[in-house]
Ligand binder design. Structure first.
Ligand code: PLP
Length: 378
């Protein structure tokens, strides 16, 4: 039985009529950029996230860049992040003109080590940019404490819509609602994905939200009056219409992903593949956190051979991310070398993402686990 890494057609089938009607509505209106459809999505996502300001933009990458631009972070400034993330996290910092300062991750959760982030602060540090990688929130408490000393926290929540964490005071908060800004992606494969590129910036600060609204429209304050040089980075109405149909399903989809993760744990344990002697380490969730499993990433022995074995058996799998960002050639000017961030480098060479999408069936999961058991001859 073939098992794809992601099956967007399975998600589309039950909501097809609603999506087609929403697209028709936009076509009838002939209003394609921003407008009422985008405003409605912004209101609905704001309500979903507990009342933050929400500004639709063209992509998650632009959401990060716009957040940095709104804080006037640029040349001479440093922004602390991790090298084990999607390229856009660091490229946005670079494109803003600032220097990405990398710190290593926790080996079990793949999330930024907050102690290392706090130690990396210099007089040039303007922001810390934690990544809620694979659908789980980074440890925000120590970062927010640093922020109280005048450093912004920008959450890369591209992969984490719906994720929550329990803060030191016991309060449960949602990804993207704590920092100066939260940055989300609606890339089609995301837990909430559009029919193309799309993104969102969230903030609790009304002035900052207005700044993003201006920056996404070339820095316009009023028609043809530009107080800043912004981008053309508007969410389009067709995307907003699709996302509005999907948003009411998000909670159920995230719960199905969690359920699939629990089932994998049982199946892998029953197959004798985990534990101190086993060849696999399963994803770990921070205490008090809700993992939304954008990706289900395991640590494995003989990763590349296992990946080839799974692919030859028709099982979808992928490596996120094979080259940590400090070793990307485009960042050679940062003068990093192999060994600088050993935990990120180990993760890059030993992790594998397995199918976890909400519509994955029990039989498909059993097939994935059986195929992995076959590889390790268990
Ligand atoms: C962690 C992370 N940051 C940023 C982005 C950029 O989002 P987009 O692809 O919508 O530009 C992504 C998405 O791919 C991501 O996974």
């Amino acid at each position: 039985m073939a098992v794809p890494l992601l099956d967007l057609k399975a998600q589309f089938r039950p909501i097809e009529a609603g999506i087609r009607a929403a697209l028709d509505r936009v076509l009838s209106s002939q209003q394609f950029v921003l407008g009422e459809e985008v405003a409605a999505l912004e209101r609905e996502i704001s309500a979903h996230l507990g009342g933050v300001e929400a500004v639709g933009v063209a992509s998650g990458t632009d959401a990060l860049l716009l957040a940095l631009m709104a804080l006037e972070i640029g040349e001479g400034d440093e922004v602390i992040t991790t090298p084990y993330t999607f390229f856009a996290t660091a490229s946005a910092i670079h494109r803003a003109g600032a220097r990405p300062v990398f710190v290593d991750i926790d080996p079990a959760t793949f999330l930024m080590r907050p102690d290392k982030a706090v130690r990396a602060i210099t007089p040039r540090t303007r922001a810390i940019l934690p990544v809620h990688l694979f659908g789980q929130m980074a440890d925000m408490d120590p970062l927010l404490e640093a922020a109280s000393r005048g450093i912004a926290v920008i959450e890369d929540a591209a992969q984490a819509i719906g994720a929550t964490a329990t803060m030191a005071g016991g309060k449960t908060i949602q990804a993207g609602t704590l920092g100066s800004f939260g940055c989300f992606s609606f890339f089609p494969s995301k837990n909430l994905g559009g029919a193309g590129d799309g993104g969102l910036v969230t903030t609790r600060d009304r002035d900052l939200a207005d700044r993003i609204r201006s920056l996404r429209r070339h820095g316009e304050e009023a028609s043809y009056v530009h107080t800043r040089v912004g981008l053309n980075s508007r969410l389009d109405a067709l995307q907003a219409a699709v996302l509005r149909v999907k948003l009411p399903h998000l909670e159920r989809w995230n719960a199905a992903r969690e359920n699939n993760a629990s089932r994998y744990r049982l199946l892998f344990q029953a197959a004798g593949l985990t534990g101190s002697e086993g060849p696999l380490a399963l994803p770990e969730t921070r205490p008090g956190a809700r993992h939304t499993y954008h990706q289900y990433v395991i640590r494995v022995r003989r990763r590349d051979d296992l990946m080839a074995h799974l692919r030859s058996a028709g099982i979808g799998c992928a490596v996120y991310y094979p080259i940590p960002l400090h070793l990307q050639r485009c960042f050679a000017s940062l003068h990093h070398h192999p060994g600088d961030f050993p935990v990120s480098e180990t993760a890059a060479s030993s992790t594998l993402a397995l199918p976890i999408y909400p519509e994955l069936t029990e039989a498909q999961q059993a097939e994935v686990v059986d195929t992995i058991r076959g590889f390790y001859n268990r």
